[in-house]
Design a protein around this ligand. Structure first.
Ligand code: LMR
Length: 328
């Protein structure tokens, strides 16, 4: 308005208002390591779409899938340095900043995905969103992917079948202990290297939800997939506290509303996407499905569950107890 008045008075530089509008847009770089056609990939794109519809000219969202901007080894530092503004790392990748989120990595802790979903809505999980505040990391939401399945070059029916095999793991001490518990060899590798490491034989096995196996074509090199549902792979959407609080209140509220909507979509559809990818993998004929009897599954559970005790002090017995109450 004041510029219009100034323009009338011949004082306004013609290009200023437009340039300023373009230049003033807040840019949010949302980087992640998976493909677009996955729960997280779809979530990032929907966040971009809704933001561009509702905050046109005010906020611009750039989505970088497949580790194209940053990978999981350096994404958290990039967030703190302001090179990216939104990430959704798996809950396994925060142990440098808080030990409490390791609760999500404990094998066989949650009976099913619905139990995890309930836990994510509990007060304890709300508190965990703030557990990295001291490091300047602000948790915004939990996004589901799904339960992990064991895949390998040989059929994993009982824990002894995993002995001696090298399994790719995320950067997580709990997951390291989980595989050591069955005498396997855990190897920490960034997500972008998993498929080629399976192909070259650096590792012979892995653990992933169906959607990650399918979208990275891992199954081509994993002739056996055991439907173990032994652990969770979900995400926390995070930003840096300093960036988030620098956003004007009205815009931030709108962004938080959009995120809530996207979170509901992701968490409603993640299970169906995993079911679709399970079917695709099995239809491709690349891999044989190994289904465990209750007794066989119990053997894996018995061997892996002692890991809980080893991490109880770090995570907090109260956090583990709160998680266990969601099983029915
Ligand atoms: C992994 O590294 O296996 C996952 O965290 C990748 C992802 O973001 O789903």
């Amino acid at each position: 308005k004041s510029c219009v008045a100034a323009l009338v008075a011949g004082l306004c530089l013609a290009s200023t208002p437009l340039m300023a509008a373009e230049g003033d847009a807040i840019v949010i770089k949302f980087a992640h390591v998976v493909a677009d056609d996955t729960p997280k990939g779809k979530g990032a794109l929907l966040f971009q779409k809704l933001t561009h519809e509702r905050l046109a000219g005010k906020v611009k969202v750039e989505v970088y899938p497949n580790s194209t901007l940053v990978g999981d080894a350096d994404e958290m530092q990039a967030l703190l340095d302001g090179r990216v503004q939104l990430l959704a790392p798996s809950l396994s990748k925060f142990d440098k900043y808080t030990k409490k989120l390791q609760v999500f990595d404990l094998p066989f802790l949650f009976d099913d995905e619905a139990a995890v979903d309930r836990f994510q809505k509990r007060e304890m999980s709300r508190e965990l969103l703030r557990s990295m505040a001291d490091s300047g990391i602000y948790g915004l939401a939990y996004w589901n992917n799904g339960l992990k399945q064991l895949s390998a070059t040989r059929a994993l029916v009982e824990p002894k079948d995993a002995a001696g095999l090298a399994f790719r793991i995320q950067n997580s001490a709990v997951l390291e202990s989980q595989f050591s518990a069955v005498a396997a060899k855990p190897v920490r590798l960034p997500f972008s290297e998993v498929t080629k490491s399976l192909q070259s034989g650096v590792v012979q096995g892995a653990e992933n939800p169906w959607s990650n196996i399918a979208s990275q074509q891992m199954h081509k090199f994993q002739p056996y997939i055991t439907e173990s549902n032994h652990g969770v792979l979900n995400y926390m959407v995070v930003t840096s506290s300093s960036f988030w609080t620098s956003i004007p209140f009205a815009i931030r509220s709108e962004l938080e509303g959009i995120l809530l909507e996207v979170t509901q979509m992701v968490n409603r559809e993640a299970a169906a996407l995993n079911r679709r990818d399970r079917e695709r993998i099995l239809a491709s004929g690349s891999s044989q499905l190994v289904t465990l009897t209750p007794e066989q599954r119990q053997k894996w559970r018995d061997q892996m569950v002692p890991v809980w005790k080893a991490y109880e002090e770090e995570i907090g017995a109260d956090v583990i107890r709160a998680a266990l109450t969601v099983n029915r």
